[in-house]
Write a protein that binds this ligand. Structure first.
Ligand code: OAD
Length: 229
């Protein structure tokens, strides 16, 4: 199972590429989500992530997130891979999703990469690492950066060895995550893309398309597979 920003859309969290509401329609990624942007203007970048962190804190997991918790309970080998940085899968109750792009609720030292869970938001922007004095940065993957190696390996392994691979609420444009459904298909898995719109999705003979909101499709899938009396 691979998820993207679309699964959190029904929680009120903006996606990245939806034409009017997507973050990249309103902001320039180069100004906010690259190491160069952080070097140029760390306060601007930190404050933008702080705004998003506050929005995410106000959001609640939706029926799509909860359906994946149910799937995990029903399928012992279930693996959840997410590109989302909002932490809503964990808050819904999914155990240990593989986070390919990090998590905005965490920060790390921009010099030594040490993870930091707590910091003083009223202090400097960005706050400083208590150990070395460097700026803290959000614990996310920016454009031009490598994905966390262990997470990527685990995701690729899951894609290569699964029987069924669902790609939910993602434009499937950003590599290497975008290749995971194709890796699964090449290894013989049944692959389905679940999305409100198939515009821009790569097509392939082995890929099924289910059109609709994740918050409706996923609960319907769970109900059809494990009917509750
Ligand atoms: P995108 O914004 O690129 O794509 C969101 C997808 O969700 C689109 O295909 C929408 O059609 C779909 N969608 C919107 N609402 C939906 C709903 N209710 N149900 C189902 N689908 C819905 O977001 P991602 O694919 O997640 O990277 O973007 C990938 C990466 O690009 C992100 O992780 C982020 C971004 O730059 C980093 O932060 C490193």
């Amino acid at each position: 199972m691979l998820t993207g920003a679309g699964i959190s859309a029904e929680s009120g969290v903006a996606t990245f590429r939806d034409a009017l509401t997507g973050l990249w329609a309103q902001y320039r990624a180069e100004d906010l989500a690259t190491p160069e942007a952080f070097a140029r203007n760390p306060a601007l970048v930190w404050d933008w992530y702080r705004m998003r962190r506050q929005m995410v804190a106000r959001a609640e997991p939706n029926a799509g997130h909860l359906a994946l918790v149910e799937m995990e309970a029903q399928i012992p080998e279930f693996v959840l891979i997410t590109q989302n940085v909002d932490g809503l899968h964990q808050r819904a109750g999914s155990s240990r999703p593989i986070e390919l792009h990090g998590n905005i609720t965490r920060a790390r030292c921009s010099r030594e990469d040490t993870p930091v869970d707590h910091w003083d938001e009223t202090a400097d922007s960005p706050p400083r690492c208590l150990a070395c004095g460097a700026f803290l940065r959000p614990d996310v993957v920016w454009f031009g950066e490598l994905l966390p190696l262990e997470a990527l390996r685990a995701a690729e392994m899951a894609a290569r060895h699964c029987d069924v691979f669902l790609s939910v609420g993602t434009s499937n444009l950003v590599e290497p995550a975008a290749s995971l459904p194709w890796t699964a298909a090449a290894a013989g898995a049944e692959v389905a893309v679940l999305n409100v719109s198939m515009d821009g999705q790569r097509r392939g003979p082995a890929i099924e398309h289910l059109v609709g909101p994740a918050g409706e499709l996923l609960p319907a899938l769970v109900q059809a597979t494990w009917p509750k009396r």
